[in-house]
Design a protein around this ligand. Structure first.
Ligand code: ADP
Ligand code: ZN
Length: 435
């Protein structure tokens, strides 16, 4: 059992008090140990002593993804490297990745959060979880791994990819829980159908997140794999998977409020939005982290909270499915992609006869994301020599893969052929309709 009732079922009033107490300590710790926060708080005229409880949170300056780029790689860590035991990274808005570090205690807290989500979907020590999230610098694989081990489940750390082998493994090793992105779950389901082996699977539940998915996708996954499909939410900057999780009610994701404080703000006015069911940008503060604490982090994810009582008994408020973003980040095959990353690569290669006029088209075909990048050639270098066009396309594919970590199909198109709307090109066409 990994139901931490003392916290997960604490009356809201006590949770708020606990959050306030921890916040006061975290703010002082961050001020003393991280230059960026100290400077920003000094500029805003806020001293750690001004933060006396939860109500004072709004006095603190926000933090942003760009801070992680500006202080790349370790500038926002609050501990010397001798205390950091693990590094993870995810996409930044431009070429540089965002980097986070965990102390031993942070890993322990992360594993707790992750174990809670497995507990909430009904996992027990008898379960065998196939972790088909990517291992490595992304947080998905290890996040689930640590939680499952903490709970005493059996972990199959297979990572992502090699779909037929995944299914063979699920069958032969008797996996009962599948952890991966929802789009990959659907792809696995369809492959299992094609292989005619669905009834040999022992799966009973799946724990899916890291990208937007619809109720329709949930239904499909549940029907095809004969499982219950649960949603989880997380982001590298906060902890990775384990920030919020669904319980048996499948009606919103309980936020691990003893470790993280969620505020909802209007992304335009930056004013707090109080109350349930009101859409706004999610802003998180960590209150227990040592290695990479973060305060009032603007996630750019849009969502709302539900505060009504949950039948499972947990009192942590629930987060809606994210309803889009207040920036232009795309999630393609579970990986964050910013148009600015692509623009930067094109600008660096303009001397090769291309322009930075481009269009990204994303679609979902057979449950796999397609990712096309159309790039206009420069008028003066506009070539009809197939070999050089193909060479240039290949070069851009490689450069994009290096920065983004996923493959794109690059097509060079004639000068001025990408439609401009009101003089400005529309950079992204997302046909997937996920939110
Ligand atoms: P992860 O790999 O854990 O998703 P990243 O930091 O790479 O971590 O990406 C985090 C972003 O992924 C979030 O800000 C959010 O936009 C998206 N995301 C994570 N979980 C979900 C989810 N369950 N539903 C929709 N989007 C999600
Ligand atoms: Zn619940």
């Amino acid at each position: 059992m990994y139901f931490q009732k003392d916290f997960e079922c604490m009356p809201q009033i006590d949770i708020k008090r606990l959050q306030g107490e921890k916040l006061v300590k975290q703010v002082k710790y961050v001020y003393d140990n991280v230059e960026c926060y100290r400077k920003r708080m000094d500029e805003a005229g806020v001293k750690p002593e001004d933060i006396k409880g939860l109500d004072d949170l709004k006095k603190l300056p926000f933090s942003y993804k760009s801070d992680l780029r500006d202080y790349y790689p370790y500038g926002l860590f609050a501990r010397p490297m001798k205390d950091i035991v693990e590094i993870h990274a995810s996409s930044g808005t431009t070429g540089k990745r965002i980097v986070v570090g965990y102390t031993k205690n942070d890993l322990d807290m992360w594993a707790d959060c992750s174990a809670r989500m497995l507990e909430a979907i009904g996992a027990t020590k008898d379960d065998i979880v196939q972790v088909s999230y990517g291992y490595g610098l992304f947080t998905g694989g290890f996040g689930l791994h640590y939680g499952a081990q903490k709970m005493g489940l059996t972990v199959i750390p297979i990572s992502s990819g090699n779909t037929e082998r995944q299914i063979e493994t699920m069958i032969d090793f008797g996996a009962t829980i599948l952890a991966c992105t929802p789009s990959y779950a659907l792809y696995l389901a369809e492959t299992a159908e094609k292989m005619g082996v669905v009834d040999q699977l022992k799966l009973k539940a799946g724990i899916f997140g890291a990208e937007p998915w619809t109720e329709e996708m949930r239904k499909q996954i549940e029907e095809k794999l004969h499982i219950k499909a649960y949603d989880i939410y997380g982001l590298t900057e906060i902890v990775g998977p384990g920030v919020a999780f669904e319980c048996s009610e499948q009606a919103g994701m309980h936020i691990n409020e003893d470790h993280f404080i969620l505020e909802i703000i209007d992304p335009e006015t930056l004013e707090p939005i109080e109350g349930e069911n009101k859409l706004g940008e999610l802003v998180f503060s960590t209150i227990d982290k040592e290695g990479f604490p973060i305060l009032r982090y603007r996630t750019r994810d849009l969502g709302f909270i539900k505060t009504s009582k949950c039948k499972c008994g947990r009192t942590f408020v629930r987060l809606s499915k994210p309803k889009g973003r207040s920036d232009d980040m795309l999630i393609i095959r579970g990986v964050n992609v910013f148009p600015s990353q692509i623009e930067e690569i094109l600008l660096q290669n303009c001397d090769r006869g291309i322009t930075a006029n481009y269009q990204i088209v994303v679609d979902r075909v057979n449950n796999n994301d397609t990712f096309d990048v159309y790039v206009e050639m420069a008028p003066d270098l506009f070539a009809d020599d197939m070999a050089s066009i193909e060479g240039l396309q290949k070069l851009l594919v490689d450069k994009l893969r290096n920065i983004l970590g996923i493959g794109a199909k690059v097509t060079l198109v004639n000068p001025n052929s990408i439609a401009r709307s009101e003089g400005k090109a529309k950079r992204v066409i997302d046909k997937r309709k996920l939110v």
